[in-house]
Design a protein around this ligand. Structure first.
Ligand code: PHE
Length: 346
């Protein structure tokens, strides 16, 4: 019996020493102390022993039993320690995203706004932003577009429901252009004026690659003595060349706008086809980028400014279109969508 106990002790201490996982130790524990384990079965043989033998074997058996239990427990600790260390040393294979790469930046349209505002600040223009939700009179009537006049068809918009206010229906609307800022300024009766606005406008539009219900306009208005079309031409070239480079080409085309006389459309040579005609410029070879002209005398009538003394120019252009030309962006809808690929590119 004594030999058997020594044999078990020797065999299992060796096995425990070699074990390298908790799973292995669990099965060694079962093999010793489980229902049919070698240690568990030994006491069944004790009755066969003589009294003196039993007195000797009893303590020896208990000592070996405890030693093996402790050895397993100690080894368990060691294996656990090892696995923690291994985890600590393990290299992460999934790379984190560097913080720098995830830093946000200003939207392309906002960057452009800053650039243009800076450009015109240098010429002494100051910013005057008029409301987006506007009264009919500033968006239309004071701009020589009377009620029910066919020219209103050029600017269909969204009207605000004013049924809960004491306001006649149809008087409050989303402004269709930034042109609402100059009658607001002019009605103050002070000249000279040299102001600009860069902001959102809205139209009831059929949406396509070049038209959106929400878009930006940049507009300048200059009122003073001896202001002429020559000033208009200068401002247009100043802007176009600063943005598209010295070789940028533009042309003035007579165009009707109720609030200017004469009125012009300003086109810029299509950068996609260089004038040959393509899908983007609807086959014309040119991009219309602005409307402009000399402020109509009727606009002066709704102000205290004397049209005999003062003249004025106004000029409104589509910065979104301009960005499309500059960066060869084919669809205006990108400006309003949160497409990350687009946003991160610029
Ligand atoms: N307000 C015009 C538009 O939105 C553009 C324009 C501005 C035309 C100033 C002439 C003078 O179409």
């Amino acid at each position: 019996m004594q030999d058997k106990i020594s044999q078990i002790k020797k065999e299992y201490l060796e096995k425990i020493g070699k074990a390298s996982s908790l799973k292995e130790l669990d099965s060694l524990f079962l093999a010793l102390f489980g229902k049919k384990g070698e240690i568990a079965l030994l006491p069944k043989e004790f009755p066969k022993l003589s009294d003196t033998e039993r007195r000797k074997i009893g303590p020896a058996f208990n000592a070996v039993k405890q030693e093996l239990e402790k050895a397993i427990e100690k080894k368990r600790e060691e294996v656990r320690e090892e696995s923690y260390k291994a985890l600590e040393n393990e290299k992460l294979t999934l790379q984190g995203v560097p913080l720098e790469a995830r830093k946000g930046h200003l939207h392309l349209a906002t960057q452009f706004k800053k650039e243009i505002i800076d450009l015109f600040n240098k010429l002494g223009f100051y910013q005057f932003d008029a409301p987006h939700v506007e009264w009919d009179k500033y968006n239309f009537e004071y701009l020589n577009i009377p009620k029910d006049h066919p020219s209103r068809d050029m600017w269909d918009t969204l009207y605000v429901d004013t049924s809960r206010l004491e306001v006649e229906p149809g008087q409050m609307l989303l402004r269709t252009h930034t042109s609402n800022f100059w009658p607001r300024l002019m009605e103050k009766g002070k000249a000279p004026i040299r102001a600009m606005s860069f902001d959102r406008c809205f139209r009831y539009e059929a949406i396509d690659a070049r038209h959106s219900h929400t878009f930006n306009q940049f507009e300048v208005a200059v009122v003073g003595e001896k202001i002429t079309m020559a000033n208009l031409k200068f401002l247009s070239d100043y802007l176009l060349k600063a943005i598209l480079g010295k070789e940028a080409k533009s042309r003035f085309r007579p165009k009707y706008y109720p609030f200017v006389e004469p009125g012009v459309g300003i086109d810029c040579l299509c950068v996609f086809c260089h004038g040959r005609g393509c899908k983007i410029c609807s086959g014309t070879g040119w991009f219309e980028i602005a409307g402009a002209g000399m402020i109509h005398p009727n606009v002066f009538k709704s102000t205290d400014l004397d049209p005999k003394k003062y003249t004025g120019l106004a000029w409104g252009f589509g910065p979104d279109r301009m960005l499309m030309i500059k960066h060869e962006i084919e669809d205006i809808r990108y400006f309003l969508e949160g497409d990350l690929k687009f946003l991160q590119e610029y």
